[in-house]
Design a binder for this molecule. Structure first.
Ligand code: AHR
Length: 503
């Protein structure tokens, strides 16, 4: 048993819990859209073709925003293909994923799905094969009330009122050599600035996200953000961050410490943005939109797109099956995002359905929850009020990738309205229990209302359509309060949520 102490104090507020931390992502990729959210033949589908079971699961997951329509896909997308009578829409090659895009779902359908699901849309424009004019046309289609070509086209297509989409991504991963229309930082910085300036002429209240690095291992990481923001700082609100983690070479210890990289990523981008702000004497402050993050086993066969003459519609792509260790890492990545709530103002787990996703579907059939569903749903449901900075005293463990890392990682939230304090914690040890001792100074009289732990003696257990319940968060009966402290035992490779309230 490894002892770890956490001190929770109401005075140490990092910032508010932001609902947008719990965003997700729907890309025209594999079966995310087609047979994922959209499956007209499915028994739960309404007249709009959207699966009711997926709508319900998305609500249960607690998703706030949904980024759309990509991802790599957006860098070759003509949004006009996806509006108007469905029978007249063209089928196109999707070069990003070597697939055929049937354009059965476009902006109008997505917006109907977003309304029905109760999520805020986050729209991306194509700055790969297209530019400022097409971004303006899409913005006019979506946000202008009436009286212009594109706004009237939207009305003719059935949407009388403008969509008033607030958050817009200025392209996607434009630093990536795999991206259609990839650019140097200088080229992209100029283009993003021109797009942002023009878009704001239509709607000054937009929140704009400029592309940061595709991951912290990019050769241009840091320099990219510096150059792009030097061009665009005054014209944007957020810089994006993307990161995927996976267990390489069976190195579980490093994998469990993935949040160390996310912490480093966020701290580095925030420092770079602040340096540009100081040098440019800017008054606004650019925050981070961590709008792609997850566990993704990129080297597995299912991540390989089709090739040659094979251009299928909605192929099985990136359909990773997640185990218990993956869910623990996802829970820890959410801890990292929350602890940076002062700088991370939005985030999107990539993606929502079938494609590296918490929700899986069978075409026309069952839907089910992956292991990673649970920490996301519980954190989204119970993190409320303010995020508190914790003093953590934890033993360390050696990892090949990150050196020594604390075995215990944790964050807490405090909702002044309800008085509830929630502690989210991971035990990153591969072998030992952690005995967690929480000092609740400043919160007299709190008792444990609920303590749930996700773990399994076999951390490689993965859910399936047949069984997605055998391993799920279970009551942690070791969690007790006494003398203003909470004590709980956390098994190795585990994620835990402890909710505390007045007796
Ligand atoms: O989420 C899968 C892909 O990962 C996205 O299309 C792209 O933006 C990123 O590289």
């Amino acid at each position: 048993m490894l002892p770890a102490t956490v001190t929770v104090d109401p005075a140490f507020v990092v910032g508010p819990v932001r609902r947008r931390t719990f965003g997700s992502f729907v890309e025209h990729l594999g079966r995310c859209v087609y047979t994922g959210i959209h499956d007209p033949g499915h028994p739960t589908a309404g007249g709009d073709g959207f699966r009711g079971d997926v709508v319900e699961l998305t609500r249960e997951l607690g998703v706030s925003t949904v980024r759309y329509p990509g991802g790599n896909f957006v860098s070759g997308y003509r949004w006009e293909d996806g509006v108007g009578p469905v029978a007249e829409r063209p089928r196109r090659l999707d070069l990003a994923w070597h697939s055929t895009e049937p354009n059965l779902v476009g902006v109008d359908e997505f917006m109907r799905w977003a309304r029905r699901t109760g999520v805020e849309p986050m729209m991306a424009v194509n700055l790969g094969t297209r530019g400022v004019q097409e971004a303006l046309d899409l913005l006019e289609y979506c946000n202008v009330s009436a009286g212009t070509q594109w706004s009237e086209r939207r009305r003719a297509n059935g949407a009388q009122d403008p969509y008033r989409i607030k958050m817009w991504c200025l392209g996607n991963e434009m630093d990536g050599p795999w991206q259609i229309g990839a650019k140097t930082a200088h080229e992209y910085g100029r283009l993003a600035t021109e797009a942002a300036r023009a878009m704001r002429m239509i709607d000054p209240d937009l929140e704009l996200v400029v592309c940061g690095s595709s991951n912290s291992g990019m050769a241009t990481f840091g320099a990219w953000e510096h150059t792009v923001l030097t061009e665009a700082y005054e014209h944007v609100d957020h810089v994006s961050a993307h990161a995927y983690y996976y267990e390489s070479d069976g190195d579980l210890a490093s994998f469990l410490a993935s949040a160390v990289d996310m912490d480093h990523f966020i701290d580095s981008v925030a420092a770079t943005a602040d340096a540009v702000r100081a040098a440019g004497k800017h008054r606004n402050r650019v925050h981070i939109s961590f709008d792609e993050w997850n566990v993704w086993y990129q080297k597995r066969a299912e991540s390989r797109p089709p090739s040659g003459d094979d251009w299928p519609v909605a192929p099985v792509l990136l359909e990773d099956r997640y185990n218990v260790a993956d869910a623990v890492v996802v829970g820890n990545l959410l801890i990292s995002l929350l602890r940076h709530t002062d700088r991370v103002h939005a985030a999107s787990q990539a993606q929502l359905v079938n494609v590296i996703a918490p929700i899986m579907t069978e075409p026309g059939g069952r839907s089910w929850k992956q292991t990673i569903f649970h920490p996301f749903a519980l954190t989204s449901r119970h993190a409320a009020g303010d995020v508190l900075r914790l003093a953590i005293d934890s033993p360390v463990t050696e990892t090949a990738r990150f050196g020594e890392v604390p075995v215990l990682d944790a964050v807490a939230t405090h909702d002044a309205a309800t008085g509830e304090v929630v502690v989210f914690a991971t035990n990153r040890s591969t072998t030992d229990d952690v005995v967690l001792d929480v000092d609740l100074r400043g919160f007299p009289g709190l008792v444990v209302r609920e303590a749930l732990t996700l773990s399994n003696p076999d951390h490689t257990w993965a859910a399936t359509a047949e069984d997605d319940t055998t391993v799920a968060p279970r009551l942690n009966t070791t969690a007790r309060t006494a003398d203003g402290r909470v004590r709980a035992e956390l098994p190795p490779v585990s994620w835990t949520m402890i909710r505390l309230g007045s007796a």
